[in-house]
Design a protein around this ligand. Structure first.
Ligand SMILES: Cc1cc2nc3c(=O)[nH]c(=O)nc-3n(C[C@H](O)[C@H](O)[C@H](O)COP(=O)(O)OP(=O)(O)OC[C@H]3O[C@@H](n4cnc5c(N)ncnc54)[C@H](O)[C@@H]3O)c2cc1C
Length: 395
């Protein structure tokens, strides 16, 4: 990562060079080559960044209209990535694999799935409700006896190479003239309702027209530097890589009634469960505890072939969990007018980054959203106590 900054000020200073910060930097320079953009990232290897540790999947099975719309806009951008992210001869292929999500419900949760389906269909999502018999016919390896319903994405859902998205956005943003600074933001200078500059651990000071909090799981700490509360916790999630000796043809991203998720990854499968201890800031090491007691029994029940699975390895990353309503917090802060938030995506941020970065760039440059209205995610809902609750939070 380039560690120079020309001068000590920029129109837009972005704290955090994960997928959100990189997307915003790209769109700002794409729209306006005259705007100066600095991205400050403390770890050029992204060793703890969620963007590098994610399951990189995209869905339309949400319960909040704006999330469905964001996914649809991001999907179009992911499909077109080789064009808009092209750099010289490199036309990034994000390996988008549209195998769908399959959300399962028992008799108790089937009404919730039907209600979610109605919202998704009203927004044009290509999702279908399947009976247990239809599920068994499509997925013969699935145990359906205790199921009442399944919701399957027929197109527009699946997974992609999230790390490639991150590196392609970063490279393209730099190519367009965004500067990257290797350093840690440790403080902000605030005067009244504005942030004037950020301060780095090595003593550097960078004055800013606009400061953007794109610090992922560390958004609360960065917000506090500007004197505001950003209700985001770093919640550890463990991903297990599994080998299954028996093929599971057409396997989508499965979300079980018990809450576990599973999807193919190359020759393997990856998946995880919601941890019982969800305290913030746990060390970023895989938690193997629930595997034997919860995950494996639930997997073997739903997919009997997985009785003979093998754990290949495991990793851990942080969800940037919005403790207020599990949705992104996006746009200018209500108390600090030139502080912009891109935070709290609660485990669905990598798929939202292309469209959210574009929207936030429009808001910064033009004072309004143009391609997609992101106002439902505005900061004001927190102070007003009006949660926009997303019920379909996975893992
Ligand atoms: C296990 C797991 C599975 C996931 N699966 C999916 C999925 O299937 N689909 C999906 O859409 N999303 C998924 N997510 C969520 C997704 O990865 C995140 O929402 C997204 O990557 C957030 O991007 P970000 O840029 O906001 O944060 P990050 O990628 O964490 O980037 C933030 C950056 O800010 C830097 N930073 C922080 N503080 C400072 C500071 N003071 N100074 C300088 N730099 C700083 C950090 O070093 C970091 O690089 C998953 C996440 C995890 C952990």
């Amino acid at each position: 990562m380039d560690s120079c900054v020309h001068g000590s000020s920029a129109d837009v200073v972005i704290v955090g060079g994960g997928v959100m910060g990189a997307s915003l930097a790209y769109w700002l320079r794409h729209y306006d080559p005259a705007v100066s953009v600095v991205v400050i990232e403390r770890d050029p290897t992204w060793s703890q960044a969620s963007s590098a540790l994610s399951a990189a999947s995209i869905r339309q099975q949400y319960t909040t209209a704006v999330n469905i719309e964001i996914s649809q806009h991001s999907l179009a951008l992911l499909r077109a990535a080789p064009t808009w992210l092209a750099l010289d001869d490199d036309r990034p292929d994000l390996g988008l694999h549209e195998a769908g999500y399959l959300t399962l419900a028992d008799a108790g949760t089937a009404p919730v799935l039907r209600a979610a389906h109605a919202i998704q269909r009203s927004k044009g999502a290509d999702v279908a409700l399947l009976s247990p018999d239809e599920l068994a016919a499509r997925f013969p390896w699935l145990q359906v006896a205790d199921l009442a319903l399944g919701s399957l994405g027929l197109s527009g859902e699946g997974w992609f190479d999230g790390y490639r998205l991150l590196t392609a956005l970063t490279a393209k943003a730099r190519h367009l003239g965004a500067q990257t600074v290797h350093g840690e933001v440790v403080g902000m200078e605030r005067a009244g309702h504005r942030v004037q500059a950020v301060r780095l651990a090595d003593g550097r000071r960078i004055a800013a027209g606009t400061v953007v909090n794109a610090a992922g799981p560390w958004a609360r700490a960065v917000g506090a530097m500007a004197g505001v509360v950003v209700p985001v916790d770093a919640c550890r999630r463990t991903v297990f890589v599994l080998a299954c000796p028996t093929p599971l043809p057409q396997c989508p991203l499965l979300i079980d009634t018990t809450g576990f998720w599973l999807r193919p990854e190359g020759p393997y499968y990856i998946g995880g469960v919601v941890p019982r201890n969800d305290a913030a800031d746990l060390p970023l090491e895989p938690d193997h505890g629930p595997f034997e007691t919860e995950f494996w029994p639930a997997l073997a029940h739903r997919i009997p072939a997985l009785e003979s699975l093998r754990v290949v390895r495991a990793w851990a990353g942080y969800y940037e969990m919005n403790t207020f309503d599990h949705n992104g917090i996006v746009g200018p802060h209500t108390e600090v007018s030139n502080l912009v938030l891109m935070n709290g995506f609660s485990g669905h941020g990598i798929q939202q980054a292309p469209a959210v970065g574009r929207g936030v760039a429009e808001h910064i440059l033009y004072g309004a959203y143009r391609s997609l209205d992101l106002t439902p995610l505005a900061v004001a809902r927190i102070a007003q106590g009006r949660p926009l609750r997303e019920l379909a939070v996975i893992g």
